[in-house]
Design a protein. Sequence first.
Length: 292
Amino acid sequence: MEQITGEQKIEAESQVGLGQVRVVSKFWDKPVDILGHPKNYHLEMSLLPRPEMAQACFVDHWSPKRFEPFGDLFLLPAEHRIRAQSNCRHQNSIVFTFSQEAVAPWFDHNLRWTDSRLQGALDIASGKIRSLLFQIGEELRSPRFASGNMVELLSSQVIIELSRYLHSVDEEKSRGGLSELRLRRIDERLSERDIPPSLAELADLCNLSVRQLTRAFRVSRGRSIGKYIAEYRLDRAKRLLASGMSVKCVAYTVGFSAPSNFTAAFLRETGETPRDYRLRLKGSQPVKSGLH
């Protein structure tokens, strides 16, 4: 991508067989408006909320006036010119860059960059990829026994899940799953309000019955919508804790009625309390280079 005025701090990084994974903090001194042409694929997951203005246009494929929003998880395809705009001034992210050659077996066979795939790449609706990237970030920030091997395995899983996601974008209608637009509406609803939605609310949002929604969602995501909502809340809570937000604020932000309920749920799912989780990340030493 073209250089922009600002600063990037690499908090942790590691080389893997398919490319490079990093935990970075970015700072800009003014709103972003750039035209970029990445040589490699750039997969990024934001750990802080994205501003509403974050949007992009694939200038060789779309009208100059057509801009689609960035999600908190997005992919910039290699060799595709893109114009990005945002009023963001600070962002923490997990970034995975990889070359076209490294992922050719998964990306080059029967994968065309259709309009729907380009749009889907800007807002990737995949809880699996989101969870894998977050695990990579945890291993980089807080390396443990065989962390290098774990990061290598997780990175390979990311590529496989990303390939599956991109191939599925144009296939969901024939499989009976939800359209990309409906999946995006569900994720937007989960991210924009503190109180978790009811099935009836999500069904109404998608113009479906509750039964249609639950069956189609399981086809698209491979698990129940209730489990997906719980996983989404947990992943969001982890990102907020990693950003430095207090346990109490995180509890209310992700929709718990009391911090004690949040602590109990977090402990049940992860095996540690939110406070211990945040302290572990805060006290960890970043991996500067290589596999550890």
